[in-house]
Ligand binder design. Structure first.
Ligand code: SIN
Ligand code: MN
Length: 287
């Protein structure tokens, strides 16, 4: 993507889409929202990302399959460029009401047959408790790098649950099975959630609001609120379900500091507002 700075920020979401996000806590945008070049950039990086044998890579409970790799916007200029895509950045700025930076990024691979679950949880409680982010003024942007179907482990949401704030639940003690020797922060990234929402709360909300699993072709963008209650089933299908998740935070909502900060690949200390990449005369729009 050609580099040219701008302070011009686009507002791509119509008021209908904006209000739908406020009501439901998520928004699924079709693949033509971002152009196919963005997708190709991320897909081309995947073999290299999968090989990155360092602490930012988390394995599944089988200790063999790659579950996630974190901090990609810090490691790969191509991913940093995606975080500054004018339409994506503009949409997120609209939703949080101002400038943003990327607090965390990750690829969740959900490998064929062995890609594991995420139990029911809300995301914000992790960023509050582990990173000291004071308010839920963050947006998850999940870019589908594969088609997401009912078979390969889509996210499941309870629409509108974000409006209930941080829900009651329990903090699991110790390290999950299979990760006994891993650093403490790994316990927040595995198939067993560290902060469990009470099942009676999930039961009540699901009966009232229902369940949805947004699905779509590769290139779709799923925006969701950090207090939206969600879970993600294992991938028992032969088809990979890879998503790139960019966690944007408002620059007015940075951490006041915590006693034991997590590594930068989980909680980025660079909180400068992102500026959109804009078209150049010779190269056209960001691909
Ligand atoms: C998933 O990749 O399906 C899970 C992501 C999340 O729980 O935030
Ligand atoms: Mn989550």
């Amino acid at each position: 993507m050609p580099e040219k700075m701008s302070t011009m920020h686009i507002r791509p979401l119509t008021s209908l889409l904006f209000e739908r996000y406020q009501r439901d806590g998520f928004l699924l945008l079709p693949p033509d929202f971002l152009s196919s070049g963005v997708l190709q950039d991320a897909i081309a990086l995947m073999p290299e990302i999968l090989r990155s044998d360092d602490p930012s890579r988390v394995l599944e409970r089988d200790n063999a399959t790659v579950r996630s790799v974190y901090g990609l916007h810090r490691t790969y200029p191509q991913v940093h460029a995606i975080t500054r895509h004018p339409l994506l950045l503009g949409a997120v700025e609209q939703l949080v009401g101002g400038g943003v930076y990327v607090h965390q990024s990750k690829i969740n691979f959900k490998a064929p047959f062995s890609g594991d679950q995420w139990e029911w949880h809300q995301d914000f409680v992790y960023w509050l408790q582990n990173d000291g982010i004071p308010k839920p003024d963050l947006v998850n942007a999940s870019i589908f790098l594969d088609e997401v179907t009912e078979f390969n482990g889509p996210l499941t949401f309870i629409p509108g649950s974000h409006r209930r704030g941080v829900l009651s639940g329990k903090l699991a003690d110790g390290m999950p099975a299979g990760y006994e020797d891993a650093p403490a922060w790994v316990s927040t990234l595995t198939a067993e959630e560290k902060f469990n929402v009470d099942t009676s709360v999930i039961d009540d909300l699901a009966r009232t609001n229902g369940l949805v699993s947004p699905k779509g072709p590769a290139g779709s963008v799923l925006l969701f609120h950090p207090n939206l209650l969600h879970a993600s089933a294992p991938n028992l299908s032969p088809f990979r379900r890879t998503v790139l998740i960019l966690v944007y935070n408002s620059v007015a909502n940075t951490s006041g500091g915590v006693a034991n900060p997590r590594p930068p690949f989980l909680a980025d200390p660079d909180v400068r507002a992102l500026r959109p990449l804009v078209p150049t005369a010779t190269e056209g729009m960001p691909r």
